[in-house]
Design a binder for this molecule. Structure first.
Ligand code: ZN
Length: 252
């Protein structure tokens, strides 16, 4: 399976700059995207799609070049080849790209989909107004890196790992490729430095953004444990840390 790393977001705020580290997997039966960054419509009609207040509060810098669809086409694929999109959670900076692949099946935890549909104002309902097919997962039927996991209904081994707290159903994603495991932690941390520095300044932002901060800290501790026990053999990274992302990823 060919794995591409795409940066599908640019945020510049008082807390520094952030990216949107998405993955594109080329399997036997089409492409799978893990998280989706900002969407094309959001770069063209930002105030209508995201709203002025959100753009300014978050510090979105919106360019077409950042969208997954732009980068996927640049790699020589057709957008229709994206058959599945796995979402760590449904915050606006993670699911804007869904609308660019309207036929793709969206995979997420049941807790997160329910939370999105509950009317919680951290989410933007219009990001799902294209009514994609959504497949939800609720049962921990597996185990990855010693953590409870949910096997996804797809043609390769890929799992959601509940890392709740940032949002009610936030999950990491784990998959194996050619004998090597990847653990994508989504927003379980914003910056890798949080793993070793419990008083990192970005912890303030993470605390404000968490629906359940005690649970978020517990999830972050779970990530710490995985890194401690499996960090030498498992590739791990989150969504927002610019230091984790290098262009050399795609040269492998
Ligand atoms: Zn995020």
């Amino acid at each position: 399976m060919k794995v591409y790393h795409l940066n599908c977001l640019h945020i510049a705020s008082a807390f520094g700059s952030a990216i949107g580290h998405c993955l594109l997997l080329e399997g036997n039966n089409g492409l799978t995207l893990i998280d989706s960054g900002i969407g094309l419509a959001e770069t063209r009609e930002p105030e209508k799609r995201l709203g002025k207040e959100l753009i300014e509060t978050v510090g979105f810098k919106l360019t077409e070049e950042n969208t997954a669809i732009y980068q996927i086409q640049k790699l020589g694929y057709h957008p229709k080849e994206v058959k599945n999109i796995i979402c760590s959670h449904f915050d606006p900076d993670h699911i804007g790209g869904l609308a660019d692949f309207p036929e793709a099946i969206v995979h997420t935890s049941k807790e997160e989909y329910d939370s999105f549909n509950s009317g919680n104002e951290r989410y933007l309902p219009q990001q799902l107004s294209h009514s994609p097919e959504v497949r939800v997962y609720e049962r921990n039927d597996s185990e990855c890196f010693g953590l409870p996991a949910r096997k996804l209904d797809m043609d390769f081994d890929v799992y959601l790992i509940p890392l709740f707290g940032h949002t009610p159903g936030h999950c990491g994603v784990a998959f194996e490729n050619e004998g090597k495991w990847t653990f994508y932690v989504g927003d379980a941390y914003y910056l890798r430095a949080e793993l070793t520095n419990k008083d990192h300044p970005v912890d303030q932002l993470a605390t404000i953004r968490a629906v359940d901060n005690a649970l978020r800290i517990k999830s972050l501790d779970s990530v710490r444990k995985v890194v401690e026990n499996y960090g030498d053999t498992v590739a791990y990274f989150g969504y927002h840390d610019p230091d984790e992302f290098t262009e050399s990823y795609n040269e492998q």
